[in-house]
Design a protein around this ligand. Structure first.
Ligand code: BEZ
Length: 211
């Protein structure tokens, strides 16, 4: 059965470039990004892994643990890691799972048989501290993902979790946000004492909360 937003992310134990990982212990109440790439020693994957390594400080700042995955062998991760460092200007700085038998990939529906019978598509899961799936993205093998967008969604998700605000179309960090409909005007007065701009009773705009 497909893993959907709101579902509990499946637990697993697997080998990784940084040793065996028991997923629930690894995330340990933090936010997490689990993403698959189709195959080591391929061009698009090389650029994605290098860029994600460059973004690691941004994930750290947000308290997000990053985990990559492919169905390659562990020893292939090590050889490829040096190519990533050489060509992308950033060395791998997060674990890469070696899901050789595809167990994790199948648990997360990362293999789409009509695309490829054995290799994973480019899946991204953002998982919250409650272990629930908050975001799911799937890209084809030939299209590199936008990991800046993954960070943007994490910012939005964390704002919602902390301040009960949602983010409008094309929102970027620092721009106005929307009070979620579940917050009554009475509750909103407490949360947003400076007030809000009410375009409609269901469309209440406030500056992005900080902190
Ligand atoms: C790539 O990373 O470049 C790639 C991987 C699998 C299929 C096509 C492209």
């Amino acid at each position: 059965m497909a893993i959907l937003i709101g579902d509990i992310a499946p637990d697993f134990t697997a080998d990784s470039s940084e040793g065996p990982i028991h997923f629930y212990d690894y995330i340990d109440g933090a936010w997490a990004v689990l993403f698959s790439h189709p195959k080591n020693y391929t061009p698009v994957c090389t650029t994605e892994l290098g860029y994600t390594a460059k973004l690691k400080p941004e994930f750290d700042k947000r308290g997000v643990k990053v985990l990559g995955l492919s169905v390659d062998k562990l020893e292939d991760h090590a050889g490829w890691a040096s190519d990533i460092a050489e060509t992308q200007g950033a060395a791998l700085n997060f674990p890469l799972l070696a899901d050789t038998n595809g167990d994790v990939a199948r648990a997360y529906d990362m293999i789409h048989p009509n695309a490829d019978n054995t290799l994973t598509v480019r899946s991204v899961f953002v998982i919250g501290p409650d272990k629930k799936v908050k975001l799911k993205i799937e890209y084809p093998a030939s299209t590199g993902r936008n990991f800046d967008e993954v960070l943007r969604v994490i910012d939005s998700l964390q704002l919602t979790a902390k301040h009960q605000v949602a983010t409008p179309v094309n929102w970027k960090d620092g721009e106005d946000v929307i009070i979620v409909p579940a917050v009554s005007n009475e509750a909103a007065k407490e949360k947003f004492p400076e007030g809000w701009k009410e375009l409609k009773p269901y469309l209440r705009i406030v500056p992005q909360p900080r902190g």
